[in-house]
Design a protein around this ligand. Structure first.
Ligand code: CP
Length: 326
């Protein structure tokens, strides 16, 4: 990340203002996000699942792309922090009448809101909004095009830390459509920052970017080789909505070569964790027996998304004196 983007993301005091990408953050900062999430994990187990940290704040969910997990866990996280939440329905909004992204933002900003949580098909959309909002407003990137999905990466490394303790001797394989995946980019960045021993990307040549090695990963085009001895396997779906041509012969052939089955998982370490950011496509990238099996932590990832998003929102609100942490 450039210095300009880091200045945009964090104030002069180093505290979070916007959360746009994990790139450019350091290990201590990622650990602080996870430690803060730990402090919120128990809120979910209380009879009244609320803390008053963001009471009086208004958080706007602005999702220009579909979402199940990210949108709902951001909403729950905001409500558990006692914020008011506004979910803008883009399909019934004035964007369908030609209103620009910036005009939409400026009009909602005029309602005296405090934070935008943004998902957009365009890479860089969250950065663009962050550059244009009023100084007191925070922007959280909930996924922009192929670029970044920082809270997904944070909930993924948080889940890994829960199971494995630390990252130093970890071998992690990220399998599937790396080319179109913002999740893969953010995960690679987070795992590098946290010191993972080896990060592998595994998939057909058509779905692995040519320059991916520059990110410090090793590339495999054979699933059995890529899985050999790994401690963590992260499966990704085929991002059909971002494909502009034929990247695989057929889903059937893709599953035959890159689908994760119990048999193929034998190549990995005996205590391997199976992860997937969702949505999963059973029988395309993963067999149901693996997705629902004892090695799978896929639903734990979803639960951890609430604590991580509470952490990030409370940290970002701190810059305007909401009584948040860090
Ligand atoms: N992992 C993820 O981003 O899922 P959703 O698209 O359902 O939010």
């Amino acid at each position: 990340m450039t210095a300009e983007k880091d200045t945009l993301q964090r104030g002069p005091d180093g505290k979070l203002r916007h959360f746009l990408t994990v790139e450019g953050l350091d290990r201590a900062f990622l650990e602080l996000i996870m430690d803060t999430a730990d402090s919120f994990a128990s809120v979910t187990e209380q009879t009244v699942k609320k803390v008053p940290l963001l009471r009086g704040k208004t958080i706007v969910n602005l999702f220009f792309e579909t979402s199940t997990r990210t949108r709902t866990t951001f909403e729950l996280a905001a409500k558990r922090l006692s914020a008011d939440v506004l979910n803008v329905n883009i399909e019934t909004s004035a964007t369908t009448k030609g209103e620009s992204l910036l005009d939409t933002i400026r009009n909602i900003e005029a309602m005296h809101v405090d934070m935008f949580v943004v998902r957009h098909a365009q890479s860089g959309a969250a950065h663009f909004i962050a550059r244009h909002v009023a100084p007191h407003i925070s922007v959280i990137n909930a996924g922009d095009g192929r670029h970044a999905h920082p809270t997904q990466a944070m909930l993924d490394v948080y889940t890994i830390r829960k199971h494995k303790g630390d990252f130093h001797r970890l071998k992690v394989a990220i399998v599937g459509d790396i080319l179109h995946s913002r999740v893969a980019r953010s995960e690679i960045a987070a795992l590098k920052i946290l010191g993972a021993e080896e990060i592998r990307v595994v998939g057909p040549r058509t779905l692995i970017p040519a320059d991916i090695q520059s990110l410090g990963v090793t590339v495999f085009h054979d699933l059995a080789e890529g899985l050999r001895g790994v401690d963590v396997v992260i499966m990704l779906r085929l991002q059909r909505e971002r494909m502009t041509g034929a990247f695989i012969p057929s889903e059937h052939e893709y599953y035959a070569s890159f689908g994760l089955t119990e048999g193929r998982l034998e190549q990995a370490a005996p205590d391997v964790m199976v992860m997937h950011p969702g949505p999963i496509n059973r029988g395309v990238e993963i067999d149901s027996k693996v997705a629902d099996g004892e090695r799978s932590v896929i639903l734990q990832q979803v639960s951890h998304g609430i604590a991580i998003r509470m952490a990030v929102m409370s940290m970002a609100m701190h810059h305007q004196g909401a009584g948040g942490v860090a």
